[in-house]
Design a protein around this ligand. Sequence first.
Ligand SMILES: *Cc1c(COP(=O)(O)O)cnc(C)c1O
Length: 263
Amino acid sequence: MSGPESRAPGPARAGDHPAAAAGSARAAELAERLAAVTTRIAAACAAAGRAADEVRLLPVTKFHPAADIAILYDLGCRAFGESREQEATAKVAELAPGFAEPVAWHMIGRLQRNKAKAVARWAHTVQSVDSERLAAALDTAASAALDAGERTAPLRVLLQVSLDTDPGRGGVEPAELPALADRIAAAPALELAGLMAIPPVDADPDSSFAVLETLHTRLQADHPGASELSAGMSGDLESAVAHGSTCVRVGTALLGTRPITSG
Ligand SMILES: *Cc1c(COP(=O)(O)O)cnc(C)c1O
């Protein structure tokens, strides 16, 4: 998706999302938090000598109610990240009729192959692809969704790369990246869009993001279209922006503590 996915907060306008509770205290709170996060991203870009429009904000709305997404939509957000298939599928179904403009849903959590079919119906991008088997399932599912008219464009895919040795966190080992990238680039219903990573909790984010930046540069040498680098969350987005992030995934700083913290 090209172009800005959020704009400065402004007053609610006619035609806004019916689920947004315009004028509520929550709407005011989210407007304030969005402005603060937007300012943080702009400052991080300035500090890194990058243009502010090189980095997009992906609001991570997992565990937060659909009404919050509607408020963020009214504030100009046009992309949202979700991490659980069932929760996301339900939110998309609830909210879609109220969106006057296209919204890009990003799947950012671990995904089982048996959920590929559901996700391919609504996802603009899957950021968490870390195996050939998952890629193959998504290709089949996206192809079927295209044939059925449930989607109009190939499914954008980011490869999730592991920056530690803990297999529980997901992500492909760096050594396996080139083969998986080639597999996705050759899949007719998938579009290889770039790289995503979650740095290990106990590591210095700067060194993790530096490794990630190098991997991304190498990937782009073979796949110039894979220009997206999804890196940075509430606590470390400045470091990620300094290391080439084009998409920061922000939950807590934008929406507050998640109502449910497991998963
Ligand atoms: C939850 C989540 C985020 C958001 O994390 P915050 O620290 O709340 O900003 C980002 N990326 C992924 C993959 C997540 O699961």
